[in-house]
Design a binder for this molecule. Structure first.
Ligand code: NAD
Ligand code: ZN
Length: 356
């Protein structure tokens, strides 16, 4: 795209304070104004992650630098670039992720742990995210999107997909073993069910409601536990495994703290609980010290993924092994999406069409 086709103004979802956000017109950074190491990405679609809602509501100990623009599942096209070193070029399909920038030179980056980079910038916190039509993104963390993957379908993979793909790797669960996924009907959870199936795992889906149950079964969950209806979730999860010992691992994708109070109880001896969901400040994991030690249980965590995890998780989707259930909605529906997300009624992922 030539510079003439880059408009002077655009729509962006700007949050001035924790009371919410407003979709309003703001200037577009022009090609000749791009800072070195940046590309202007025309964002076609952006998934809405529960993280965006946490950020807007100031849920976490880490607060956004305001005014902020959230969004970190942005699938778009480079329309201008100011980076002579990068192999990226105008016309490339790329993803704007949660990690918006990493130095790629510190101890953590060198070891492939870019999310831990001490200079990391995060979309919506201290970098502009994908809830804008033209995002001046850092080239350091832009992810190429495979040509044969639909752009709207690519969007949720850029956070939800890569995060659960990495968390499953961190769970150490092997083909044939059982894994519990609290939050299985949501964005991260429903992708976790599918990546887990693809890895040969047997899934116990934990969430609530008939629609989420049906969806989890459709995408291959072997068992279902309704966390609102079950009188004893721990017993129900253990009973779902043939020997009654419980799953070998659990990936907690729930944004509510309750899921963290029981997971260490229902995993089997030598099992691993992977903390992924990020409830508001003040949430704790409950683990009985005596039985954690005697049963050799492990508590670990997983935070998004590195650039290679992003490439791999997108390729698995492009190969047709996972497909997020998306509802594509116009940009102006963002408020409604947040409401549905807060009440837990969204199944799969809502994806914004930034130009609809
Ligand atoms: P979502 O709203 O799409 O889905 C959450 C699901 O959890 C819903 O289906 C809800 O019904 C279910 N749930 C709520 N309470 C539950 C409980 N007690 N037990 C079982 N299920 C329960 O949210 P999402 O976009 O998938 O994000 C989930 C969480 O993951 C958020 O807290 C988000 O900030 C976090 N997150 C973490 C990382 C990371 O790197 N660790 C990355 C992305 C998102
Ligand atoms: Zn996210």
């Amino acid at each position: 795209m030539s510079q003439e086709q880059i408009p002077k103004t655009q729509l962006a979802a700007v949050s001035d304070d924790a009371s919410g956000f407003e979709i309003r017109e703001i200037p577009v950074v022009q090609a000749n104004e791009l800072e070195p190491g940046r590309a202007l990405v025309k964002v076609l679609y952006s998934g809405v992650c529960h993280t965006d809602l946490h950020v807007i509501k100031d849920d976490w100990p880490v607060k956004a630098e305001r005014p902020c623009i959230a969004g970190h599942e942005g699938a778009g096209i480079i329309v201008a670039i100011n980076d002579p070193i990068s192999k990226l070029k105008v016309g490339d399909k790329v993803g704007v992720k949660w990690i918006a920038h990493s130095c790629n030179q510190c101890e953590f980056c060198i070891a492939g742990d870019e999310p831990l980079c001490l200079e990391a910038k995060c979309s919506g916190i201290n970098a502009q995210g994908s809830f804008m039509q033209y995002c001046p993104a850092y080239t350091s963390q832009l992810t190429p999107i495979p040509d044969n993957l639909d752009m709207a379908e690519a969007a949720p993979i850029l956070c939800a997909g890569v995060t659960v793909y990495k968390a499953l790797k961190n769970s150490r669960a092997r083909a044939g073993q059982w894994i519990a996924i609290p939050g299985a009907g949501g964005g991260l959870g429903s992708l976790a069910v599918q990546y887990a199936k693809w890895m040969g795992l047997k899934v116990i889906a934990i969430d609530s409601g008939a629609e989420k149950k049906k969806y989890c079964e459709e995408i291959g969950a072997a068992a279902w536990v309704d966390f609102k209806e079950s009188k004893d979730i721990v017993a129900a999860v253990k009973a779902a495994t043939p020997d009654g010992l419980g799953p070998h691992a659990a990936i907690i994708t729930s944004p509510q703290p309750e899921a963290y109070l029981i997971a260490m109880e229902y995993i089997r001896p030598r099992g691993t609980v992977v903390a992924v969901g990020l409830p508001p400040a003040g949430a704790y994991v409950k683990a009985d010290v005596f039985f954690t030690v005697l049963n050799n249980k492990t508590l670990t965590s997983s935070y998004v993924g590195n650039r290679q995890d992003a490439i791999e998780s997108l390729q698995i989707a492009a190969d047709g092994h996972v497909k997020c259930r998306i509802q594509t909605v116009p940009f102006k529906a963002l408020e409604k999406v947040y409401t549905q997300m807060a009440e837990g009624s969204l199944v799969g992922r809502a994806v914004l069409d930034l130009f609809a």
